[in-house]
Design a protein around this ligand. Sequence first.
Ligand SMILES: [Zn+2]
Length: 409
Amino acid sequence: MQRGGPVEGTPAEGAVFLTALTAGPIARVDIARETGLSSAAVTRVAKLLIDEGYLEYAPDQPQSTNGDETRMGRPSSPLRVHARQTGSFGIIVRRDELIGMVCDLAGAPRVSERRPLVDNSVDAAVAAIAAFHRELVARAEEVGFVVAPHDLGLSLSGDIDHDTGYVRYSPFLGWRDVDLGTAVSNAVGAPVVVENDVKALTVAEQWFGLGRGITNFAVVTIGTGIGCAIVVDGGLVRGAHSVAGEIGHLPLGDPAVHCHCGGHGCVEAEASTTALLERCRAVTGLDDLTIETAVELARSGDEAVRAIFARAGRLIGLALASVANLLGPERVIVAGEGVSSYDLFETAIREAFAEQAFGAAHQVPIHVRDLPFEEWARGAAAVAIQELVFPSRQRVTADVRRRPGVRRV
Ligand SMILES: [Zn+2]
């Protein structure tokens, strides 16, 4: 659904929509309390959003039969996002695979698919994304969406400029300075928003996962890369260049170790899956060792391999303590494919965290989440919904800079 007509994407509209999305079904009186808007403002905005198909009353709720209340319901009648409306597509671009999701406007997953990414050169990847998008459109129609899905959220790892849709650097795809937003938007003929994959996952956690209802939290991902995204006072922190949260490049490790980013001593240079595997191969002398076999060796008691995982765990724990000390989050969520071998990191993570967390930061709970990549794709779809209806602080200036075909927050 394209924003149009009288819905302008004002902060009040965004606040009412997001409250209905994350806390609905919710009565207008409660939306007013949650958002700090007046009852009159909530009623006016809710009427607009209902008329435009964004919100609806939850079924089986008694409705008044008097005057205006026939259409608007009582202030206590619970509202929710109109789930029959198609929300958006989300696609996460991995080194060798595309994972796609079609969500309804409430962000609920309705279709998910995976496709191999055989050639991850930029042109081939853009063509593959466009072909996958066409398949997802067909699937959305099959499941009965009456309004064609429109916005596409793309997520991928690396230094991504959310404002411009540029990929400055994605080490796992080997991309530098790629205008991905424009290229994909031209290929699919729809607005595209591009986001760092961990930040997109964090939006999904904020709306639907362990971040729901809390205003300060961090998501840390371990695996191919070490990523982090942070929510402060209810807002995802992107920073001036969308680069905030890169704890994988905190120099907490051995300064003699060179990182692919050009720095030295980065957490990622010792704790990523790639770094772990390299070290495990060196100590075992097995050049064809896989990460799965390395995990098995560690679990079966190979001390040298266990020590490599423990070293990685220590650096991750120090990075988590840095996040806790800097931001004081209510919780830290650890996710990513590395979570499947969390048992090998856990003791070292907890010891390093306890050693370095300052004062009350010790109390920050660490939650481990084994989230499939479909949930990451849902995050990409959530970012597109956010772009569609929830105005960000940057929208006003971004509108001035917007080029045809690409929508940016
Ligand atoms: Zn680095």
